[in-house]
Design a protein around this ligand. Structure first.
Ligand SMILES: Nc1nc2c(ncn2[C@@H]2O[C@H](COP(=O)(O)OP(=O)(O)OP(=O)(O)O)[C@@H](O)[C@H]2O)c(=O)[nH]1
Ligand SMILES: [Mg+2]
Length: 465
């Protein structure tokens, strides 16, 4: 009886990540592993000096073995050496020529790094050839492809540094087509983007048809992980919003509102946002390097622009003059609440009192409370809106490709529509439920609000899901 082999008992697919030095090979592997500890990355050439293996799993099954390799340095000399060798040895297959060269490394001390690459290429199922598209199309790159193709393995060119380099990308594509390499992948390695990762696995599916199912399992597994990450991030943002919007701090009316009251309220909001930022960066395994490459306005784990700075409001198209109390009695970003109503609204109500008794009757409870002296400080509407917009932008950046930062301008164009239609109503509901501040509620009202806010954060077409 023949044994039916379960897919997962097949060995993992061996992938050699190869290319010119500094093209971003190690960066790509880090990104796929979401592990910023893997290997060394540096802007100088020749950073990776030996072959290093890492594994990508789908659950318990190892699906991919990724081999990081040293970069090619002098490929023209290597190609020449192979040509010379072909005149002296009999090689049935081009791969035999490579094996022959590898077997006598002592004769080729200059190709110490390159022989490691060739050995790994011969031992792999497929080669990912990483290209820095900003590089001019020099002969040394064609030589690299020519050498690599001798290994007789499928090669998938991966174009790196594509942001803002579409013309070079086009030329590189043409160049690869000359070598019959028509399938290629565009991938800025810096930031993890699930769509790009998925395309990589799909290209591998077409190159390695017999491993289609294993790769499909991997795609589905990674998709689920990605969805969970996005969901966890949105959930964390909702937590921040409830922490801040539900927070009220009672102040004694007789003593008036002191600067210290305002300062401690502001410190509370800043700290809540800082912790959310830290958690979001952690969820997506973002390091300061990624932050820099993405041009995120974050320094030492803090937003560069203070949440209470008028510039921050302006950045997101919010008008600092919109709130009645802005910059007045309560201080920037802080409002006074009386009963369930903010004083911003109450002050306007005061102005509108002449409007008639119907209005007065509607607010009488709040007004009575005000006369009795119950007052709470809270974050004002603009501050809560700004928190929402800023975290949404962050989520957008964290889930987008490496070049997303260059599209920032579009974001401010969209600001008008950035606050969801039912946003202010949602904030009002939060304000009226201070008990939710630290404790999620099972009430339908809370649950609905949570679902809505997470939906607003993630169903935005700009956030990859
Ligand atoms: N802006 C930007 N920088 C990148 C990207 N990918 C890599 N880099 C930078 O490019 C440089 C080289 O990256 P590495 O990953 O070390 O390149 P490598 O191909 O492994 O280099 P060697 O090991 O020396 O062959 C580093 O400074 C990276 O930060 C990218 O997509 N965008
Ligand atoms: Mg490297």
């Amino acid at each position: 009886m023949t044994e039916i082999k379960h897919e997962s008992s097949y060995p993992a697919i061996n992938i050699a990540v190869v290319g010119h030095t500094n093209a971003g090979k190690t960066s790509l592997i880090r990104t796929l592993l979401r592990d910023d500890q893997f290997g060394n990355i540096d802007e100088t050439a020749g950073t990776t000096r030996s072959v290093e293996k890492s594994i990508i799993f789908a659950g318990d099954d190892a699906v991919l073995n990724l081999f990081d390799t040293p970069g090619f340095e002098d490929s023209s000399a290597l190609l020449q050496a192979l040509e010379d060798l072909s005149k002296t040895v009999e090689a049935k297959l081009p791969a035999d020529l490579l094996r022959n060269l590898i077997s006598q490394t002592e004769k080729y001390p200059d190709f110490e790094q390159e022989t490691k690459v060739l050995r790994q290429s011969l031992n792999s199922d497929v080669l990912l050839y990483i290209i820095d598209v900003r590089e001019p199309l020099l002969g040394k790159y064609s030589d690299e492809v020519e050498i690599l193709s001798k290994a007789g393995k499928p090669i998938l060119p991966v174009f790196n540094f594509i942001a803002g380099n579409s013309e070079s990308l086009r030329r590189w594509r043409e160049q690869m087509a000359q070598f019959n390499l028509h399938a290629a992948l565009e991938f800025d390695t810096v930031a993890f983007d699930f769509e790009a990762e998925k395309r990589l696995y799909q290209k591998l599916q077409s190159l390695l048809e017999q491993r289609y199912d294993a790769l499909q399992t991997l795609i589905e597994y990674r998709q689920e992980i990605w969805n969970n990450l996005v969901q966890a991030a949105a959930q964390r943002i909702f937590q921040l919003l409830t922490e801040v919007a539900c927070y009220r701090r009672e102040v004694a009316v007789e003593e008036g509102i002191s600067d210290a009251d305002v300062a401690s309220m502001q410190a509370f909001v800043r700290e809540a946002e800082r912790l959310a930022l830290r958690d979001l960066l952690t969820i997506f395994a973002f390091t300061q390097r990624d932050v820099d490459l993405q041009q995120l306005a974050v320094r030492d784990g803090q937003w560069e622009l203070d949440i209470f700075s008028p510039h921050a409001l302006k950045d997101f198209g919010l008008n600092a003059g919109a709130t009645a109390l802005k910059g007045a009695a309560a201080g920037a970003g802080i409002d006074l609440m009386v009963g369930g109503m903010s004083l911003g609204a109450a002050a306007m109500l005061g102005a509108a009192l002449g409007a008639g008794w119907a209005t007065l009757r509607r607010y009488q409870h709040e007004l009575v409370a005000a006369w009795q002296g119950h007052k709470w400080l809270c974050a004002d509407d603009d501050t809560v809106s700004l928190l929402y917009l800023r975290q949404r932008k962050l989520l957008h950046t964290l889930t987008q490709r490496g070049h997303a930062a260059q599209n920032n301008i579009q974001l401010s164009d969209n600001v008008e529509h950035a606050l969801p239609r039912r946003w202010h109503k949602a904030v009002k509901v939060l304000r009226q439920n201070p008990k939710w501040q630290h404790k999620p509620s099972s009430s339908p009202e809370y649950q609905k609000l949570q679902t809505d806010v997470i939906d607003w954060l993630t169903s935005d077409e700009n956030v990859t899901r």
